[in-house]
Design a protein around this ligand. Structure first.
Ligand code: HEC
Length: 134
């Protein structure tokens, strides 16, 4: 519950002044460090999350099912066929600039692909990978 409120606060305050991927990553890192002191985000773990096949859902076995094998490439929704812009901020500048949007899609996509929400640590790793690559 505390975590949800923290994110809600971040979303409310950052909505007026757009956030950067680094600010989002820092917030997720602070949340993760409360659960695991000393936690540091890892682009390598983020890359593993990006390409790992969870196979909870047949149509959406992995993040790559819609976002392709490379986060700098445009994607396509595996079910609707709708075009999706690249996830990496270096390919699509608007990425991770709106915390409410980021949270909404993390919640939806992690639930579909992993069968549960992603942890703050997983989100920090994922944003680190997308922002900085490997
Ligand atoms: C069924 C297709 C699909 C799958 C699978 C999928 N996504 Fe997405 N994702 C989308 C769509 C659609 C959007 C929203 C459209 C957009 O932002 O271009 C999106 C947007 C996002 C965003 C928002 C980025 C921002 O701009 O702030 C994040 C974060 C994200 N996805 C993470 C993930 C993660 C993590 C996984 C794997 C666990 C995943 N996605 C798997 C379809 C998918």
């Amino acid at each position: 519950m505390k975590q949800i409120m923290f994110i809600a606060l971040l979303a409310a305050s950052a909505a007026a002044a757009a956030a950067t991927p680094q600010q989002l990553m820092q917030t997720y890192t602070e949340l993760a460090a409360r659960q695991a002191p000393g936690y540091q985000p890892s682009a390598r773990r983020g890359a593993e999350l990006y390409s790992r096949r969870f196979a909870v859902s047949d149509k959406m076995p992995a993040c790559t099912a819609c976002h392709t094998d490379s986060p700098v490439q445009p994607g396509q929704h595996a079910v609707t066929g709708k075009a999706i812009k690249p996830l990496a901020p270096r390919a699509e500048a608007a990425r991770f600039s709106d915390p409410a949007k980021t949270e909404k899609w993390f919640r939806r996509n992690c639930t579909e692909v992993l069968g549960r929400e992603c942890s703050a640590a997983e989100k920090a790793d994922f944003v680190q990978f997308l922002a900085e690559g490997l």
